[in-house]
Design a binder for this molecule. Structure first.
Ligand SMILES: Cc1ncc(COP(=O)(O)O)c(C=O)c1O
Length: 522
């Protein structure tokens, strides 16, 4: 008898009426999933392959003689296991995903469909150029759109994420400074910056000097001026910044940075708030990465694959990483080596051109929205964040009053004396069917809660979300901290020991001691 259809249960609980416990350990149709290794059935196999014909071993005796330790499973078991796991995931396609700073944006199905076209999805990076003119044209067109939208003359498309774009940008700046015989040692980074900014500067060998924020949540201009000097290589400034605010002194800041002979690096991960409204080149920016996966849709989960193109001012363009796609006498041509016009290039940062699938999605997003549609996207993102701000400002506490950009930042002062923390509040939201907002970031605000609704959420969705947040705030003030500390209660897993999960993650299944001995003997 096949046993793959049985419910995967934990030990049977004592199922008292109304207790919520079940005999099977499952809840409703939520199945308690075992590890795939615990499903192992010796001799079971999902495929039926013939014995390979005799062959000559060429490994000099180092080949494995025992089994490799994969669990024995039937095909239906594997399908059910991974389907059930996927159903435990929460996603932007399931509901509101208000993570600030991470921009969980709707991915239009049109872009997804185009990215799957065989002529784009199935090409091999080593195919002869003559067989992929469409892909080259697509890359060129994307570069054109990015240059138009930012006003910047050059772009390096290969970086595979925002942080990778930062690395590319700072390496370009470092090379430009070295080329002019003026290597410098300090990079200024506002204390509200995304952690990748100081990490990038440090990875490039710079000392990181932090700039405080002013009472308005923006860079303190005076503190910045005081820190600028002949050893400063660059300022890395995020705009709109991680408090969801526009750095309104950015033109003056750019001028001060340039007076000091430094470069102005802008973290453009939040470009989705200003695309079509502001051209970064007009603000005096020398170098800026864009997160295609935040501004122009494309999937953004599990660390990627993303795309972090870097926009470069004319003075930095000669150092852009290879390969370059250029318009030559015979149409589009690739420059792959550090020679001729690309002599000063910093080399390669990634295999081939980068994430072509992301390029297709981003270009499809741009072209289907058009220039006016992109501006509308930015305006709607800002409108939605401000709508939530106005709905919630009477209940939650705003560290920096006044209009915000694409995300709205609250702090935990409204929870003062309630015994409820930001973490408790976020966990209680899960029980209400909402993915929590970003918590405890940016660090300059105590108990931060950063909410980014994005442009596609409807007024009705935002009203419902705000009503739930208000009800929770009222419950916190009514003096029931225990209900918050116990949350989440209605999910397959209750609260984990987050410190242990971060410090001592268990990332690998190991067999029981008996099995381990057998495995070691193999
Ligand atoms: C402001 C800012 N900078 C940099 C990054 C890093 O981008 P990535 O996660 O693609 O490396 C992010 C990520 O969301 C960000 O919000």
């Amino acid at each position: 008898m096949n046993d793959w259809s049985r419910a995967l249960s934990v030990d049977r609980a004592e199922a008292q009426p109304g207790s919520g416990a079940t005999f099977s350990g499952n809840r409703g149709l939520q199945i308690e999933e075992k590890l795939i290794f615990d499903e192992d059935g010796p001799g079971r196999c999902g495929v039926d392959l013939p014995e390979p014909p005799p062959f000559k071993a060429r490994l000099g005796g180092i080949e494995r003689h025992g089994p490799i330790g994969l669990p024995g499973l039937s095909e239906p078991q594997v399908i059910r296991h991974f389907t059930r796991l996927s159903q435990k995931n929460y996603a932007i396609d399931s509901g509101l995903y208000p993570l600030g700073s991470c921009t969980m944006k709707h991915n239009p199905r049109l872009s997804e469909k185009l990215a799957r076209l065989p002529g784009l999805a199935d090409i091999h990076p080593l195919q002869p150029l003559s067989t992929v003119p469409g892909a080259l044209e697509l890359i060129d067109k994307l570069a054109h759109w990015l240059k138009i939208l930012t006003g910047m003359p050059a772009v390096a498309l290969s970086p595979g994420a925002g942080a990778h774009g930062e690395l590319c940008g700072m390496m370009t700046i470092r090379t430009a400074l070295e080329a002019r015989g003026d290597p410098r040692r300090r990079v200024l980074v506002p204390e509200s910056a995304h952690g990748t900014n100081p990490a990038t500067a440090a990875a490039c060998g710079y000392a990181v000097d932090s700039i405080p924020a002013n009472a308005r949540g923006r860079v303190d201009g005076k503190a910045l001026e005081a820190k600028l000097g002949p050893d400063v290589a660059a300022l890395m400034l995020t705009n709109p910044n991680t408090c969801g605010l526009f750095e309104d002194e950015i033109v003056e800041i750019a001028a001060a940075v340039h007076r000091a002979g430094a470069f102005f690096y802008c973290d453009g991960a939040n470009f989705n708030a200003i695309v079509g409204r502001v051209r970064p080149a007009d603000l005096g920016i020398d170098c800026m990465h864009l997160n295609l996966h935040k501004t122009f849709s494309t999937p953004h989960g599990g660390g990627g694959p993303g795309s972090g193109p870097v926009m470069l001012a004319a003075g930095l363009a000669p150092y852009a990483p290879l390969p370059w796609l250029v318009h030559g006498a015979n149409g589009l041509e690739l420059v792959e080596h550090r020679a001729g016009p690309a002599e000063a290039a910093i080399g390669r940062l990634k295999g081939f051109h980068g994430q072509i699938g992301m390029f297709v999605r981003a270009l499809a997003y741009m072209m289907s929205h058009g220039a006016d549609g992109l501006r509308q996207v930015a305006e709607d993102a800002v409108l939605n964040a401000n709508y939530l701000r106005v709905l919630l400002e009477g209940e939650l506490s705003l560290p920096f009053p006044g209009p915000c950009m694409h995300e709205v930042l609250f702090d935990d002062r409204f929870l003062q004396d309630t015994g409820v923390t930001t973490l408790d509040f976020a966990k209680a939201l899960i029980d209400e069917g909402y993915h929590p907002m970003t918590m405890y970031f940016p660090l300059i605000v105590h108990g931060a809660m950063l909410i980014e609704p994005t442009e596609t959420e409807s007024k009705a969705t935002l009203d419902e979300f705000a009503a739930v947040v208000k009800s929770l705030a009222d419950a916190a003030h009514a003096g029931d901290p225990a209900r918050f500390r116990a949350a989440p209660m209605l999910v397959p897993r209750r609260r984990l020991d987050e410190t242990a999960a971060a410090r001592k993650p268990v990332l690998r299944w190991r067999p029981e001691p008996a099995n381990r001995e057998a495995a070691e003997a193999d």
